[in-house]
Design a protein around this ligand. Sequence first.
Ligand code: NAD
Ligand code: USQ
Length: 389
Amino acid sequence: MKVIVLGGDGYLGWPTALYLSKRGYKVAVVDNFLRRHYDDEMGVSSLVPIEHLQRRIATWDAVTGLTIKSYVGDLTDESFVYKTISEFNPDAIVHFAEQRSAPYSMIDRDHAVHTQVNNVVGTLNLLYAIADINPDIHLVKLGTMGEYGTPNIDIEEGYIEIEHNGRKDVMPYPKQPGSFYHLSKVHDSHNILFACRIWGLRATDLNQGVVYGQETDETILHPDLATRFDYDAVFGTVLNRFCVQAAVGVPLTVYGSGNQTRGMLNIRDTLACIELAILNPAEQGEMRVYNQFTESFSINQIAKMVQQAADDKVEISQIEDPRVEAQEHYYNAKHTKLLDLGLLPHHLSKAVIKNIIDLASKHSNRVDHLAINPTIGWKKTKSVLMTVK
Ligand code: NAD
Ligand code: USQ
């Protein structure tokens, strides 16, 4: 089976490409290196050194004898998208290629617009290209659990049966996302559902939780195969950040009450979920939605687990929440569909956290302490409003 991995130079896209290649899929990766550009813009870099894409691919070939094809280009460039899909002629396309940081999207108007144009236009180009070139291609699209927000009712997997004035229907689950980035995923979901309905495309929207970890069975085969590991306040995600903070002995940055609860999963489970989605394609005309996470934790629980894994050698500090998000909320999100397809989750444990802390310790000389504390707030300040006037 032929699979294109869009965003194949990123944190999750690169290990996914290796995982699929190892399992016999013919794989091509697509990337425009936007993520590497954000590093330069923000003055940060991956904690674990990463090689350039061509070197990664050459090393993979040298280590395993397997070939990964690469296409360098931008999904917002429609001729590039059409050319790539026509040439590689995939059975499935896994779409990771978006601006994925909530804080980055909240920096200012420019960054919000960039995020939504990059993500929504890229996905729209892709939908048109699939419809025009081969509507049978299965699109596996990375969405986010953050599309749902934190409603005061159970979160279903994509759709909910609603009874209103005596009539019933199954409808897309209501969305209350918490950043312009998360909103871009909601817009994508609507566009994908529409394309499935009117053109008969087949798609799986994977509403993924927060991913943690860095090593996979394939990336550990050679240092050149490492994937990125972000710990800064803009691109770093919470558990990975706490592990780096523990490794360098700075207090864990719990935002606000710490009672915010999120669905989470090990990076190895991301790869397994993607393959399960590919192996069990959606029907023609169907946009399937899976909630892709394995466990949920409050931020306080995560901080406590990291503290314990660090043998209580790190403090937990509650700092003002830079975001506008519910501090106390109900959270019960369903996530059975991937388990039904055979997912065997890697659960979070002290040993898993210790491994991530050890990895961070190995690279602790690369930690920029100035990058740890959050500097981007969700609220508009008076000075910004005055400048606009
Ligand atoms: P990442 O930023 O490391 O990787 C995304 C890759 O896509 C980058 O290499 C980037 O250069 C590329 N890209 C972005 N826009 C592009 C464009 N217009 N054309 C071509 N390439 C482009 O992000 P990640 O952490 O690997 O996340 C991958 C996907 O999974 C994202 O869509 C993200 O929203 C989703 N996701 C991530 C997490 C997480 O915890 N990391 C959780 C839930 C969902
Ligand atoms: N948080 C802290 N301290 C920190 C960092 C984060 O308390 O140092 C809190 C945040 O306030 C938030 C929660 O941890 O309540 C999660 O924040 P995060 O930065 O780990 O994750 P988020 O911004 O939600 O985004 C990440 C990925 C994004 C993906 C999303 C999945 O960057 O691409 O879509 O996780 S989800 O959270 O399910 O929407």
